[in-house]
Design a protein around this ligand. Structure first.
Ligand code: SF4
Length: 659
């Protein structure tokens, strides 16, 4: 015998919520009461009663400080006010959908509408709704009762949430024929509709249907009727004991559905009993148990059927992707929806950027919507996984990698899968001038604080300080192992001070004194290099004990004297600048840092008293190189010879022209 469970069956979101609320109240120092049974299921009510949730008939039975739980069906406004006036604390487990109906009828009543409720007048939900429209509504359970409505009335129609939708519209049509102004509100709950629809579909596939649920339960009664209307043999049972083995004679496929107030454990008991019946049957006919396959199948169905609770992590398959949300088949009774904001830690334009139809993903149940759909989060599962791995890293001291995403008061925010905090004092192993310089960069960190339960501030706190210090120490060690005097290294200008420049040699800083910047005098180091610039430096001296490195740039560039020797010869007439005067002559700069002397006797071709009679400091003049003494670093110059040479060449030119 094959057993098939309806796609949607059992506890609806409203009933599940009420049970969850009641369970939170169980086993406490006060008693909790529910006015009438909490749900329409005696077995559930008995279980709750054994844990301190007592059903009562009237408010008089509640003595403060004992408390009152309002069941999922809701209660009238009058009852709530009366409870308040008696000082009774109320725990409201009214289904949010039922609450909507309360608000709706109260507002319609205020607008002057006569309310018609399609429902059973004795049902607690209808009693509650009546109490929100001053008990003035007309309750109709059958289209034949429409005659009670007088023509000319301004009518608004609502429904008990668990009623049959087709019957509701039959009623609406009948009222419409009689009345001019009618407002129609289909307040039948989607969970009810889905269960009815699933039961009808199931009826097409099976030879017999079992409807599990309490006989007081309106939606179970409706489910049974829906199944019977399909023509398939249908039985209602409240529990496994009510199953009659005779029903299944000659039946090969059985469908199972359950009302919205039927818990999973009763459904499982029914299925277990059916398995047992089948096993006995087979033993009788074959003398051996051969239903292992069938049992395994049923177990799988039960596992699938289990209603996931808030916080559960389940597997799902993406069945539709829209820009703003993703629909996920989570198996069992309901579909799940992941809103875009719950897809990933990072923001994306469209959900399509992250998932595609067919993807198998893990999701967390956030809550059940009133229509039975489940609100899911992939982000929370991902975050939880990230938090698990961060916790491991914290415990083992493992290093994690992350991107700095922004700055806040006192530090930086870092994306390490979740947003973590990096205090300013832990960014480097020293003071940091501008935190914003770090934004957008990827670094390695150690987790110095991890607390999943922290509600204020960051659950993950990072540090780079130790790592930076460690990396620096390694680089320093490698630096001192490989460095030798006389080497040429590339370095980066780190800091410029009046007396020189600190150069980062990759792990260690050396000093390039201002006197070693160039061969000629420098007013300030910033006139030669700028911060961040990469330059070649010569390792001038090492003091390994004091860990000092003296650098030189001068050693790597040509000296002015080298330039002079390569560029000039004795006899050349060149341009120079008078830089200073002395009683014995004038000094003329011919290259930066190299001055030559024009002796007073060479200033003019006549006797000169004082050099200033011929030249002035700053004046640019032509001079002839008389001598270059590389050893003594002396250059002899002459102005007189320039004039003589000029005169000579003019005479030669004149004579050449005469010929
Ligand atoms: S059937 Fe619908 S309206 Fe009624 S309790 Fe369940 S979810 Fe709420």
């Amino acid at each position: 015998m094959r057993i098939i469970l309806a796609r949607q069956a059992g506890f609806c979101a409203g009933v599940k919520r009420a049970i969850d609320i009641a369970e939170e109240c169980c086993d406490q120092e006060y008693s909790f009461y529910s006015l009438g049974p909490l749900v329409n299921n005696d077995e559930v009510v008995r279980r709750l009663e054994s844990r301190g949730i007592i059903p009562i008939e009237t408010l008089e039975q509640v003595n403060p400080p004992n408390r009152l739980i309002i069941r999922s069906h809701g209660a009238s406004r009058g009852l709530l006010l009366e409870a308040q006036s008696k000082g009774i604390e109320i725990i409201d487990a009214t289904c949010p959908l039922v609450k909507q109906v309360h608000e709706l009828v109260a507002s319609l009543r205020g607008e002057g509408y006569d309310i018609v409720i399609f429902g059973d007048i004795n049902h607690p939900e209808v009693q509650g709704i009546l109490g929100w429209c001053d008990n003035k509504a007309l309750v109709i359970n059958d289209v034949n009762q429409v005659s009670q409505i007088k023509p000319g009335q301004k009518i608004a129609i609502v429904s008990q949430t668990t009623k049959d939708e087709n019957k509701f519209y039959d009623l609406v049509e009948a009222i419409n024929l009689k009345i001019g102004e009618v407002k129609v509100y289909n307040t039948i709950c989607a969970a009810t509709k889905k269960r009815q629809q699933a039961a009808r579909e199931l009826a097409q596939e099976v030879e017999l249907i079992l409807v599990i649920g309490d006989r007081k339960s309106s939606n179970t009664t409706t489910l049974l009727r829906e199944c019977q209307n399909t023509g398939v043999k249908s039985y209602q049972v409240q529990n496994a004991e009510e199953i009659e083995p005779d029903w299944f004679e000659g039946v090969s496929t059985v469908g199972i559905t359950a009302g919205a107030s039927t818990p999973d454990w009763i459904i499982k008991e029914v299925m277990d009993r059916m398995t047992l019946l089948e096993e006995n049957d087979k033993q009788e006919t074959n003398g051996e148990i051969t239903n292992e396959e069938s049992f395994a199948h049923m177990e799988a169905e039960m596992a699938d059927f289990t209603t996931p609770s808030r916080g559960d992590i389940i597997n799902g398959k993406v069945i539709e992707v829209r820009d703003d949300e993703v629909m996920v088949d989570v198996g069992g009774k309901s579909e799940g929806i992941i809103p875009r904001r719950e897809l990933a830690v990072q923001d994306v334009e469209s959900a399509r950027d992250l998932v595609a139809v067919g993807d198998e993903i893990e999701v967390m149940v956030l809550k059940w919507d009133d229509d039975g759909t489940i609100l899911l989060s992939k982000k929370k599962v991902d975050s939880q996984k990230v938090m698990d791995s961060l916790e491991k890293a914290f415990e083992s001291g493992e290093v994690v990698e992350g991107t700095v995403t922004g700055s806040v008061k006192g530090g930086l925010l870092v994306d390490v899968g979740v947003v973590a905090f990096l205090p300013a004092s832990h960014v480097e192993d020293g003071y940091v001038k501008n935190l914003d310089d770090y934004i957008g960069n990827i670094y390695r960190f150690k987790i110095i604080e991890f607390n999943r339960n922290k509600r204020r501030g960051s659950q993950v706190v990072l540090s780079r300080k130790e790592l930076v210090a460690g990396e620096k120490a390694k680089l320093k060690e490698a630096f001192w192992q490989n460095i030798e005097e006389g080497q040429t290294k590339k370095g980066k200008v780190k800091r410029i001070v009046d007396y020189g420049v600190f150069i980062d040699l990759g792990g260690y800083e050396g000093l390039l004194h201002v006197s070693e910047l160039d061969h000629h005098r420098i007013d300030h180091p910033s006139n030669v290099v700028s911060e961040g610039e990469e330059i070649d430096v010569f390792i001038l001296a090492l003091d390994r004990e004091k860990e000092r490195v003296s650098l030189s740039r001068k050693q790597l560039i040509k000296s002015p004297w080298q330039i002079v020797l390569e560029k000039y010869n004795e006899g050349d007439i060149i341009e120079g600048k008078v830089v200073r005067l002395a009683p014995f002559g004038a000094f003329v700069e011919i290259e930066p840092g190299v001055d030559g002397l024009v002796h007073i006797s060479h200033l003019a071709n006549y006797r000169v008293e004082k050099p200033e009679d011929i030249v002035q400091p700053g004046q640019t003049i032509n001079v002839k190189i008389l001598s270059i003494d590389a050893e003594q670093k002396r250059i002899g110059l002459s102005i007189r010879e320039v004039a003589a040479d000029t005169e000579r060449s003019e005479v030669e030119e004149y004579l050449d022209n005469q010929e």
